[in-house]
Design a binder for this molecule. Structure first.
Ligand SMILES: [Zn+2]
Length: 183
């Protein structure tokens, strides 16, 4: 066993990123198989410092996502008031609470080096389970609502480029150089 083996993140083009993920059987949350997926995601998150991740990105087609809102600089820029250490949501379901949308650049570990403008609902209601099988629910707005929509899309086989404004695709080397006007 190599503890330092890098968790591979699948990139666009891999069929798993285009499949509908299977619901998690809550009776199996403590199984080694499921715990291994959680560990894999934790490792990938701590290594890359990403804001969110979905299980299919690390090669498991199950309905599990994680959110990691700990980058203070980024959060200030995104006007996020509350930090959230790595938190997992099992079988997440989202309901759009308000037909109000906002456009912003999105990034994805599965589409390295590129970003694009995606319109997302500003207010959603999340229903899910935590890693102990307890039901969790709550209302999320702004950036957190965006992250949740991005991650839940992964469980449906959707990646952000499917929803972005096609002409907004941009390489990282131009970030900050040609800022597009966003409304
Ligand atoms: Zn993504």
């Amino acid at each position: 066993m190599n503890l330092f083996r890098k968790t591979k993140i699948l990139c666009a083009g891999h069929p798993m990123l285009r499949s509908k993920a299977q619901p998690v059987d809550l009776a199996k949350l403590k199984s080694k198989e499921f715990q291994d997926i959680v560990t894999k995601m934790k490792q990938a998150i701590s290594k890359s410092g990403v804001i969110g991740m979905a299980a299919p990105q690390v090669g498991h087609s199950v309905r599990l996502i994680a959110v990691n809102l700990t980058d203070k600089v980024l959060l200030k820029e995104k006007r996020v008031e509350k930090l959230m250490p790595t938190t997992f949501f099992v079988n997440p379901q989202l309901k759009v609470l308000k037909q109000e949308y906002q456009k912003e650049y999105e990034f994805c570990e599965s589409i390295p080096s590129y970003s694009g403008i995606v319109s997302r609902a500003t207010r959603v209601y999340l229903t899910a389970f935590d890693l102990d099988g307890n039901k969790v629910e709550g209302q999320y707005t702004g950036f957190m609502a965006r992250v949740l929509q991005h991650e839940v899309d992964h469980l449906e086989g959707i990646v952000f480029v499917d929803k972005m404004e096609p002409t907004s695709l941009r390489h990282d080397k131009y970030v900050g150089e040609f800022e597009m006007h966003m409304k």
